[in-house]
Design a protein around this ligand. Structure first.
Ligand SMILES: Cc1cc2nc3c(=O)[nH]c(=O)nc-3n(C[C@H](O)[C@H](O)[C@H](O)COP(=O)(O)O)c2cc1C
Length: 224
């Protein structure tokens, strides 16, 4: 990492800045079948925070009315809270038999408080330049909603990891979850509920690109 880009070297001008700079990936993986050590009321409170964060995330900008099912937004969110994601973890290697046993997705599905899939909705009519541009902007809007989601979860004290999702983005998985086959996965967000499990039954890892960031002047041109 370049010198002088660590978050604590920046003057923070708003609470938004501090949420952006404090967000960091935490991958949480179950090393065994972990016992949940927080009570049902605490889990319900975290589940409620997830719902609130999704509502907030939906205030992302979007350019084109997708006009699908009378909904303008070009994204769809699918939530599996802990019990459901754990069920998927149990079935994972049955459903996807060509996946290596070392695949980490089942471990993350077992450990997470919630899995949130963020999909975007491509326009399938024609391949004109206009359609390509519209689709790029649908995808961009869904990415903005995804980052909003990470920040809204961070501000509530919940940990996150944005994964491409692997098999969770497959047509087979969509079919099992009753998700339209035309949708495309942009993010599988694993949400960690603090203190949910005994630390002995989980391992954690940072995001691998975390330390590769460069100083903003390296990727910014100022035209004068
Ligand atoms: C669209 C997208 C997909 C990603 N998919 C993966 C992934 O499948 N596996 C992975 O290790 N990191 C993935 N990452 C990167 C991590 O989520 C993380 O952001 C990165 O390692 C930087 O760490 P930080 O979030 O702590 O800054 C993805 C990021 C984005 C934006």
């Amino acid at each position: 990492m370049d010198d002088n880009i660590a978050p604590d070297s920046l003057p923070l001008s708003s609470s938004v800045d501090s949420v952006i700079l404090n967000r960091k990936t935490v991958k949480v993986m179950a090393t065994e079948q972990p016992e949940i050590i927080i009570n049902a009321g605490q889990i319900a409170a975290f589940d409620q925070m997830v719902n609130e964060a999704i509502e907030v995330a939906g205030w992302a900008p979007f350019h084109y009315d997708r006009k699908l099912d009378s909904i303008a937004e070009p994204w769809r969110f699918t939530v599996l809270f802990h019990q459901q994601s754990r069920q998927v973890a149990k079935q994972f290697f049955n459903w996807f038999q060509d996946v290596k046993p070392s695949n980490k997705i089942p471990k993350m599905l077992t450990a997470c408080g919630a899995l949130i899939l963020v999909n975007w909705l491509p326009e399938s009519v024609g391949v004109s330049n206009k359609t390509v541009q519209v689709n790029e902007e649908h995808l961009a809007a869904a990415a903005a909603a995804t980052q909003n989601l990470l920040l809204a979860l961070e501000s509530r004290g919940l940990g996150t990891y944005w994964s491409s999702g692997g098999q969770l983005g497959s047509k087979e998985f969509f079919h099992r979850m009753s998700i339209d086959a035309e949708e495309k996965l942009i993010a599988a967000i694993f949400v960690n509920y603090p203190g949910m499990m005994n630390l002995d039954s989980i391992e954690t890892a940072e995001g691998k690109n975390r330390l590769k960031r460069s100083h903003w002047t390296k990727w910014t041109r100022i035209i004068d």
